[in-house]
Design a protein around this ligand. Structure first.
Ligand code: SAH
Length: 438
């Protein structure tokens, strides 16, 4: 065993995203008291005016040399080996740990944590990451690209916000383009936060739709955050609520609001009595619109219990527009966000792009006749479990629902021009609640 007669100590120091204010007090003290500070030029630049001791700058790709040098010097000196953000996260600490362990080096050494790029970006955005999330680096220097692609896909399927480190470099410009295509194929045209130089000179925060993101505007000083289905964003802020929204909604309803809803349901029972699922669905549609004519407008093909069964077995819900998705009491995919912009309407293009997902799913069309027609094109090959189609309007709405009724599929539709996102949402919520009850 190699034994270093040490008076010294090695500190592996995370210096945070850039601003000195975001150094920990412990990192600050270590840097001030160090005999030697060693690190890449970019990081040294950020903290050098704190350092009283010697400074050794080293090149980017010379990590192992830097670690060896730091260990050697730490025999009898206080040495800080600095790393941006946190030294463990895509930083140098793992190499130090590995080198010391594999060479059985006895050394007094300590890792000082730092604020990561994700922590920094997250605060600038509002709270894009608030609970479960995933983190990936697109750098294929240490990990094969195939592995990165695979991991990215798995993360995307878990519907959590994803932070992307090392999104681009001159050498690997293509990696980002490939990653953006994968993200689109799994999540659609979602919002992406682009945070450049968080808490240091040149700071920039942008939020865009994925399709508007230009790979050239992303460099190595940038971290990206890909939103999940629960994320909400403006052009400056991004928030993923912690998932209590259902609870809050119920909790926030006043006693008075509950009373009114109960009264309204009771009055409706006089017009539409009965306890079957079909009768309840009609009541919901009337309640959502205030229009008793829905009694005669709703058409059931097959039994809606089929939809309840499919939901219990875990069927996905795919809807045409965000408005329906926003009103649902369950997770859903909105087709409109799977369109890039073609000759067809965005909802129709989205439905066609989601053809495979539609197989076995509950499909809700509340707004666009064109998406109902697109569904008819693919429904034979990719058969949904159940369709709720209530598109509204004077151009094609009536015909599109007629086409849905002709499919060999169980469905709920409205006849004529009436319908809309509200009715579709009300019917789907009724099915969702039934699926959840015993
Ligand atoms: N150890 C660091 C990560 C180093 S990997 C940490 O804990 O944050 C380098 C990558 O981190 C960069 O390519 C970029 O994606 C991200 N990054 C680091 N500092 C950043 C900053 N101030 N603003 C935006 N991204 C940053």
């Amino acid at each position: 065993m190699l034994r270093l007669q040490s008076q010294g100590k090695l500190y592996v120091v995370g210096i945070g995203p850039g601003s000195k204010e975001l150094l920990t007090l412990k990192a600050y003290e270590a840097l001030k008291n160090a005999d030697v500070v060693i690190g890449h030029r970019r990081y040294i630049e950020l903290i050098k005016d704190l350092v009283k001791g010697e400074i050794i700058e080293s090149a980017m790709r010379k990590e192992l040399d830097r670690v060896k040098k730091a260990i050697e010097l730490a025999k009898d000196k206080k040495v800080c080996l600095v790393s941006g953000g946190d030294p463990c996260i895509y930083g140098i600490a793992s190499l130090v740990e590995e080198f010391i362990a594999t060479n059985s080096i006895e050394i007094d050494y300590e890792i000082i944590p730092g604020i990561t790029a994700l922590n920094a970006a997250n605060s600038l955005l509002g709270c894009a990451v608030s609970g479960d999330h995933a983190v990936i680096s697109l750098s294929d220097q240490l990990v094969d690209w195939e592995k990165i692609e695979h991991r990215l896909r798995v993360m995307l399927r878990s519907d959590v916000p994803i932070a992307i480190y090392n999104p681009s470099s001159l050498k690997r410009a293509d990696n980002l383009k490939k990653a953006l295509e994968i993200i689109f194929s799994e999540r659609g045209n979602v919002k992406v936060a682009i945070i450049k130089n968080a808490y240091r000179e040149g700071e920039e925060v942008k939020i865009k739709n994925l399709s508007e993101l230009n790979a050239e505007e992303v460099d190595m000083s940038t971290i990206l955050i890909i939103s999940s289905s629960e994320t909400v964003a403006t052009d400056k802020r991004m928030l993923t609520p912690r998932g209590y929204s259902m609870k809050y909604e119920v909790g926030a309803k006043t006693k008075k609001a509950i009373e009114i809803a109960e009264q309204s349901a009771e009055i409706l029972r006089n017009f539409i009595p009965g306890d079957t699922l079909k009768e309840e669905i009609v009541r919901r549609a009337v309640m959502a619109t205030g229009d008793l004519s829905y009694r005669d407008l709703i058409v059931f093909k097959g039994d809606p219990v089929e939809a309840v069964k499919a939901l219990r077995e875990g069927a996905k819900i795919i809807v045409d527009v965000e408005m329906v998705k926003a009103g649902l009491r369950a997770e859903a995919i909105s087709a409109v966000s799977f369109a890039k912009g073609s000759e067809r309407t965005r909802t129709a293009e989205g439905i066609l792009n989601l053809a495979k997902e539609i197989e076995g799913a509950i499909v809700g069309i509340g707004n666009a006749p064109s998406s109902a027609m697109a569904l008819c094109e693919i429904a034979e090959e990719h058969k949904p479990a159940f369709v709720v189609a209530t598109p509204v309007g004077f151009v094609g709405a009536s015909e599109s629902k007629e086409m849905i009724r002709k499919l060999d599929l169980p469905s709920i539709t409205t006849v004529g021009t009436k319908g809309g996102s509200g009715v579709c949402t009300a019917i789907l919520n009724c099915l969702i609640e039934h699926a959840r009850s015993d």
